[in-house]
Each structure stands twice: as C-alpha cells, then as structure tokens.
Design a protein around this ligand. Structure first.
Ligand code: PLP
Length: 331
C-alpha cells in the first residue's frame, strides 16, 4: 500500500469514490449509448475503462492520439473524432487502427481528406452557435451529399453547444440549448442518419434533441462547472506541499505548470489564493500552516490540468489505490 503522503508533489490526485459517484450519476441519467464520454477531459484509458464498464461503449475524442490510444487498449467499439483534420497520415492511422472510427467533417476539404485516406464513416459537424468548427447549417445537406458521393457513410450530425456554459442560470442555459438544438435538428433533417451527437456536462439533462451527449468534465469535475451541475462533485485536485512560510503568506510547490488557468485561478480550502506563478502558489491561510504540510489545490478547469500530468493517483482517504498513466496526451 502506498500512502498519499509518500507521493512526490505536485501530483494529480483523484478521489475514487467521488469519481465513481459522478460516473454513476451520469450513467443513470444517460445510460449506455445515450452518453458518449469525451476522453479529452481525462486522457486516461483506465478511466475510460470505468466509463465502459458502467455501460458507455462509445467514446468522443478531440485528437488522433486519443482515438488510437483507445483503439489499442480494446475500447474501439465506436469512436468519434469530434474534430476536423486534414492530416492524411493521421486519418490513415485511424482508418487502419482496427476500431470503428467516425470523423467530424464540416467542409469539402475535410470530406475529401477523410475519403482519400480510408475513413469510412463521418458526421456532418454543424455550427450551432459556438464560434469554432461546424458548417453553416444551410449547407449541411449538400455536404452530406458530397460525402456520400465520395463513398463515405454519413451517420448523422454533430453540433457542440459549448457557448451555453456562459449561462450559469439554468433556465437561460436551457433556452440557449434549445435554440442551438433547433438549428441542429433542422440540419439533421437535411442530412439524415441515426446519430445526433451534441451536448456537454452542463447540458446533459437540458439537451432533448441529441441522441448522445458528449460529456467529459462530469467524471472529474472542476470548480468552474460544479456550481452549474452540483450533482457532479469535484473529484480531482493537485496535491502540493508547503515549501515556505512567512508571517503574511505561505507558498506551495504547485504552480501554473501543474494546472490549467484558462477558467480562472485554483482554489485552496480555508485560504485565499494570492499569486499563481510557474512553480508556486502564494496563498494566505486562515489558520497557520507549516513547511511540509500537504495542501489540496482545486483547479478551475479539469481538461488542461490533466494534460500537464503523467500520472493520475486514484485515492480513498490517505491510501493510493491505483496509479494510472495519463496515456492519451499529445496529438
Ligand atoms: C466537441 C466537444 N463536445 C463536448 C464537449 C463537452 O465537454 P464537457 O462535458 O467537459 O463540458 C467539448 C468540450 O470542450 C467539446 O469540445
């Protein structure tokens, strides 16, 4: 048995029982194929195995690396690259990996690249309001025809309503989700197919159009999204060590090279975070701390935080139950 206290810091730590509760909550609300967990949020095949064991056979990925990594460990029943690529080498690797791989396309270029490099199945990615990938909904049908002529099987549509996470008010978020999904519904009528893939952790119970929800953050959760969906609890923190104490503040050995800051600074219970620099957080604790004390740093954004770490330590109390490689990192 390894004690958490023996793990070098900064370290990525996951509370096993909280993770399992989060997975069970989603699996009850969106069982089986009604949720296609997005692995970009954890980049860890061992965690994907737990999602598979609780009933979700299909996965969403953002990178080729995630697709190939899932395929190689036997989790390739139904993988969706919910992202565009024209990289022929990567497309060919996905086509030949032995898994069922479906790719998002939103242009003639991405359709032709997929067809030229052996991809068999695609979704037409539709812009539903987030200024990122996705075609203009009025051309979705024409792109589907083009994909069919290129020999691709069009399984349906995808449209990620990420912009609605700006609405912390649930009724506003529901209305924005409904508006986005009306667009996707219209595009689906023109495209056809069985799949309407959309959604996120913050819309998993508000999206009534998607046949499958691409939720990612729900498993590990973070301090930015938890207030919007409190049924999912933060399960992941950065374990850090106090390395310096002064009368005014204290310092731990975890900084912005150990956590994603794009959704704001991290939180430390019972303390005020003052400065986050490369390898340090300067904070003001409510009660005195000593050099050597362990401190939990709660990130505001789980996805980029995970991507900084090689290992995920699964714990219950002071015990490390398992040590999982964060093996889907890179591109
Ligand atoms: C294509 C796509 N689908 C779904 C999600 C939802 O992820 P989450 O549940 O972590 O908000 C994301 C996150 O950015 C995404 O890019």
């Amino acid at each position: 048995v390894i004690e958490l206290a023996a793990v070098g810091t900064p370290a990525l730590v996951v509370h096993g029982p909280t993770l399992d509760r989060n997975l069970a909550t989603m699996a009850a609300a969106r069982p089986g194929s009604r949720c296609r967990p997005h692995v970009k949020a954890h980049k860890t095949t061992e965690l994907a195995r737990r999602q598979h064991a609780i009933g979700h056979a299909g996965f969403t990925a953002a990178t080729t690396r995630e697709v190939l990594g899932l395929a190689v460990v036997g989790l390739g029943e139904d993988l969706l690259l919910a992202n565009e690529t024209i990289d022929g080498r990567r497309l060919r690797a996905m086509a030949d990996c032995g898994a069922r791989v479906t790719i998002a396309v939103d242009s003639v270029e991405t359709i032709d690249a997929a067809a030229d490099h052996g991809i068999r199945e695609v979704l037409i990615d539709v812009d539903v309001g987030l200024p990122r990938g996705g075609c203009d909904p009025v051309v979705a049908g024409a792109l589907a025809d083009r994909a069919g002529r290129a020999g691709l099987e069009v399984r349906g549509v995808m449209g990620y309503e990420g912009h609605v996470s700006l609405y912390t008010d649930r009724a506003q978020r529901a209305a924005a989700t409904a508006a986005a999904m009306e667009v996707l519904h219209g595009a689906h009528a023109a495209v056809g197919g069985d799949v309407v893939s959309a959604g996120a952790t913050v819309t998993y119970d508000l999206n009534h159009v998607a046949t499958e929800i691409q939720a990612g953050s729900y498993a590990l959760m973070d301090t930015a999204f938890a207030p919007l969906v409190p049924e999912f609890a933060p399960a992941m923190w950065i374990e850090s060590t106090v390395i310096s104490v002064s009368p005014e503040h204290a310092v731990v050995d975890a900084g912005l090279k150990a956590l994603g800051m794009d959704h704001g600074p991290p939180t430390i219970d019972g303390a005020q975070v003052l400065i986050v620099s490369d390898e340090h957080i300067t904070f003001r604790p409510d009660e005195a701390v000593r050099v050597g004390d362990r401190v939990r740093v709660w990130p505001a954004h789980v996805d980029p935080t995970v991507a900084y770490h090689e290992w995920m330590h699964l714990t219950d109390g002071e015990e490390v139950l398992e040590r999982w490689p964060v093996d889907l990192r890179g591109w």
